[in-house]
Ligand binder design. Structure first.
Ligand SMILES: O=C(O)CCC(=O)C(=O)O
Length: 276
């Protein structure tokens, strides 16, 4: 693709008040055609090449923990690769995140590639915010599959309305989080949305929404990029577990409890009055 045909990554994607209401009520939303097939065809090799370069997980599948079987996980690719930075700072994505949260702007918390290998295991049920020492409800992950993602590849699944209940808030991603949440969903009869993703479809979920992904039963990589945003103005609280200490050091180094999160790793990605 030459310079003229590189698809612009910052153009606007319109969401409706009904979609915002759905997100805030259910804790997630799946939006079709956020990216065109041409855009995915352009970005997938760029992101996949960076993942191949920076992946450090080389253990054979049978020697890995449940967590390690779930995906190759590469954090803050935007710091390592300038092209990926362009993708992760897409104003299209950040504007959707801002509008869904109903806030005046969002900052980068971090990005991460989550590549589920052929025959890779399921991602256990969990909440993301267990890991994050952030003093806000307003966090959101954009989950961006870089191919169409049928059921047998492990698309992301969500428990509807589960951001409003307190389940497994103190459990890391593990067999235990899977068991506790699965049982809660069964007992409380909570609805679950577990459906394939079309090419270009992107989901957004709150940090407290219960979610999981099935195993990758195919012989193809399930390539997914994610970008995690926090509301501008969010403060850090004193970490409550070892994972939150890691997150503090990784995503907001130098920030003290009670301070606004605004290090060089957390630039503003979108503000409501930014020019289109
Ligand atoms: O991609 C996956 O398998 C899990 C993703 C996830 O848990 C997340 O993005 O919060």
């Amino acid at each position: 693709m030459n310079a003229q045909t590189i698809p612009p990554i910052n153009t606007h994607y319109a969401i409706t008040p009904e979609q915002i209401a759905f997100f805030q009520e259910n804790g997630f939303i799946k939006l079709k055609n956020v990216f065109s097939p041409e855009e995915i065809a352009y970005w997938e090799p760029i992101i996949s090449q960076a993942v191949a370069q920076y992946n450090t997980m080389t253990k054979p599948m049978h020697e890995r923990s449940t967590y390690e079987k779930a995906f190759q996980q590469i954090h803050n690719l935007w710091r390592k690769d300038d092209k990926v930075r362009e993708f992760s700072f897409s104003k299209r994505l950040a504007k959707i995140a801002t509008e869904l949260l109903g806030v005046s702007g969002v900052r980068m918390y971090h990005d991460q590639a989550l590549y589920k290998e052929p025959q890779g295991g399921a991602t256990p049920w969990h909440v993301d915010q267990y890991y994050w020492p952030v003093d806000t409800f307003n966090t959101v992950t954009a989950w961006i599959p870089l191919q169409d993602t049928p059921m047998e590849m492990g698309p992301l699944a969500f428990s509807c309305g589960s951001h409003k209940i307190k389940v497994a808030h103190d459990i890391e991603i593990s067999d235990q989080s899977e068991e506790v949440i699965r049982e809660t969903i069964r007992v409380k009869d909570l609805p679950v949305v577990d459906t394939p993703f079309d090419l270009g479809e992107v989901s957004f979920h709150y940090g407290w929404t219960l979610h999981r992904a099935g195993a990758n039963l195919t012989d193809r990589m399930r390539a997914v990029m994610t970008v995690i945003y926090i509301e501008d103005g969010t403060k850090m609280f004193a970490p409550k577990n070892k994972d939150q200490i890691n997150d503090m050091n990784w995503w907001m180094p130098g920030t003290k409890p009670g301070e606004v999160i605004q290090t060089e790793l957390n630039p503003i990605v979108y503000r409501v009055n930014d020019p289109e």
